[in-house]
Each structure stands twice: as structure tokens, then as C-alpha cells.
Design a protein around this ligand. Structure first.
Ligand code: SF4
Ligand code: SF4
Ligand code: SF4
Length: 313
């Protein structure tokens, strides 16, 4: 027997085995699951409920992510840092604005979900009026109310890594965003307007056939064009699409079917404070013969625009 040759063979076999084993171990090494926090600000909880509504899908992703802080689902609220913070709701108090800055510091990625978090929500209607008047009208002791004069989106306060629209958000899109961030890739969400899925779905256009005003041409897709499928116009709960042509919408759909005040109010709902809807609704309101904008409106808008410019610069 040629011993040196046998030894060399054994050494090569051992090296090959250890190399293969190391590669196997590296491949099968269990990585820590990304830690997720779901955090609420001023909101109705509907977007968090969309996440809970995922049920079967949540079980399927349970081994890929860890919900470390989710008050709607569990009283076991773990401290950060978090890999992903999912934020619902708008900023309406000084305490909110302090809390969101702390959360940002404590989170590697921060995602906002829903109209409240991405645009200020329905509660941003107060941005169009006098805060003190609202407090006096609603509360017996307005001096006890310690809220800000405006409801503002999260992105006006801290850097946001991704915004998911909707009121509430769509559960398929929400899962896609969570899984994308958990695996370190960009989420695949649609950038088209509601008209495109509406046509693909085979809906008959309610504007053309019934003269029902529809905001589909300027609204971000994501819902599957539910409302036109049930013979009603879209009222833009997913907010403005990319570069919406608001003046064309007004000329071709709103003004022929509504008086300017009604058209203005149609734009003042979940995304009333989104700049394209806000500016066009103000223009239509000023066209209206029925009423004048509140006296502080221009000052409020000026403040919001300055905030946006500061944020974007
Ligand atoms: S976006 Fe709509 S569903 Fe979501 S929290 Fe706000 S009001 Fe509720
Ligand atoms: S019904 Fe609305 S969303 Fe559908 S095609 Fe007509 S305008 Fe577009
Ligand atoms: S059609 Fe418009 S209003 Fe209806 S769910 Fe979709 S985005 Fe919201």
C-alpha cells in the first residue's frame, strides 16, 4: 500500500468535507428575524386591523418576522431597537411629535400606512378652519384640550422610508411591503391610477354612462377599483396618483357634473391635506358663489407649504 498517497487522499477528503460542511452551516445558519413594531398615532386603528385581518398570511410569515411591539395584537410590548417600524396615524399633539422622533431614532426602517399617516387623514379637515373655534364648539372645557392646530403626516416630522396609501390600506399591498423590507428589497406596488385596474376589471365607466363624478383618474391604484365595480364613483381613499392632472379632472369630470362647492367638498375627505387635492379644492371653493373660505385659510396653507418646502429641501 502506498501510505503517502493514502494520507494525501484522506487529507483532501477531510478538507473537502469541512469545506462542504462550512458552506452548509453558513447556508443553514438561522438568522435573527427582523423585529417589527406597529405603532399608532391619531387614527381609527383600521389600518392595523387590516394587518390582523391577514390571519392565514400572518401565520405563513411568522417564521420570517417577529412582531416585537404590536399593542393591537399583544400586551407583550418589547423595547426597540426595531428593524421595521410600521406607523399608523397622524401627528396631532406635541407628545405625538416627540414620540415619532424617538421611534425614528429607534428604527432602521420606518413605513407609514394609511391616509392618516401619509396625508394627515380625515382629521386634517381641521387644517382648513379655526382650531380654537372647533375646540369651543366641541368641548365644554376647551382649555383642557392640548392638541396642535393641524393634523400632519408623519413625513413632515421625520424621514420615512416608504408610504403605503389607502383608508384602510390594502392587505395584499401591506404584506408585500412587510416582506419586501424584511428581505431587504424595494416593495413592488402599483404607481398607476384607479382607471387602469378599473378598465382591466371590465367595469363600465360611471362617468361616461351615468354622469357620476369619479376621482379615479387622479387616484392611486391599489384597491382593485372596488367602487366603480359597484356603480359608484371613486372618492379617492388611496390619495393622489403620481403627478395627477387636477385641472383636467375638474374641467372634464367635476365641473360638468357638480357645482364648484360640491366639487371642492368631494376632494376634501381622507386626503384633504394632500397638496394636489388641497390646492384644487381651495380653487374650486373660491370659485363657488355660495361661501368664502375661512379667514385663516391662506395663512394655514402658507404654513403648510413652508413646512413642505423645508421638509423637501
Ligand atoms: S387611514 Fe383610514 S383606516 Fe387607516 S387609520 Fe386612518 S382613518 Fe383608519
Ligand atoms: S369609472 Fe372612474 S375609475 Fe373607472 S374608468 Fe371611469 S373614471 Fe376611471
Ligand atoms: S375605488 Fe377609490 S374610493 Fe373606492 S376603494 Fe378604490 S380608491 Fe378607495
Amino acid at each position: 500500500m502506498n501510505l503517502p498517497t493514502t494520507r494525501r487522499t484522506l487529507i483532501l477528503a477531510y478538507r473537502s468535507y469541512t469545506l462542504t460542511t462550512n458552506v452548509y452551516n453558513q447556508r443553514t445558519m438561522i438568522k435573527p428575524r427582523p423585529r417589527i413594531a406597529v405603532v399608532k398615532f391619531a387614527s381609527c386603528d383600521g389600518c392595523q386591523l387590516t394587518l390582523l385581518d391577514c390571519e392565514d398570511e400572518l401565520l405563513a410569515i411568522a417564521d420570517r418576522v417577529e412582531f416585537a411591539h404590536f399593542a393591537e395584537a399583544s400586551s407583550d410590548l418589547q423595547e426597540g431597537p426595531y428593524d421595521i417600524a410600521i406607523v399608523e396615524g397622524s401627528i396631532c399633539t406635541e407628545e405625538d411629535s416627540h414620540r415619532i422622533r424617538q421611534l425614528r431614532t429607534n428604527s432602521r426602517n420606518l413605513i407609514t400606512i394609511g391616509a392618516c399617516a401619509t396625508a394627515g387623514g380625515i382629521q386634517a379637515l381641521r387644517n382648513f378652519g379655526l382650531h380654537e373655534d372647533f375646540k369651543r364648539t366641541v368641548y365644554a372645557q376647551p382649555s383642557f384640550i392640548n392638541s396642535l392646530a393641524e393634523s400632519t403626516p408623519i413625513a413632515l416630522h421625520v424621514q420615512v422610508d416608504f408610504e403605503l396609501r389607502g383608508c384602510p390600506v390594502d392587505k395584499r399591498q401591506l404584506l408585500e411591503v412587510i416582506l419586501a423590507f424584511a428581505s431587504g428589497r424595494r416593495p413592488k406596488t402599483s404607481s398607476e391610477s384607479v382607471c387602469q385596474p378599473c378598465k382591466r376589471r371590465g367595469n363600465v365607466c360611471v362617468v361616461v354612462t351615468q354622469k357620476i363624478p369619479c376621482l379615479g383618474p387622479v387616484t392611486q391604484a391599489g384597491c382593485g377599483a372596488i367602487c366603480p365595480a359597484f356603480d359608484r364613483g371613486c372618492y379617492a381613499c388611496f390619495g393622489p396618483s403620481t403627478s395627477p392632472n387636477m385641472s383636467s379632472l375638474s374641467k372634464s369630470i367635476l365641473e360638468p357634473n357638480l357645482d364648484p362647492a360640491q366639487a371642492s367638498l368631494l376632494l376634501q375627505s381622507f386626503h384633504a391635506a394632500s397638496p394636489p387635492f388641497r390646492d384644487e379644492s381651495i380653487r374650486l371653493w373660491q370659485l363657488s358663489k355660495q361661501s368664502q373660505p375661512p379667514t385663516n385659510l391662506n395663512a394655514t396653507l402658507e404654513t403648510q407649504r413652508n413646512d413642505e418646502q423645508t421638509h423637501n429641501s
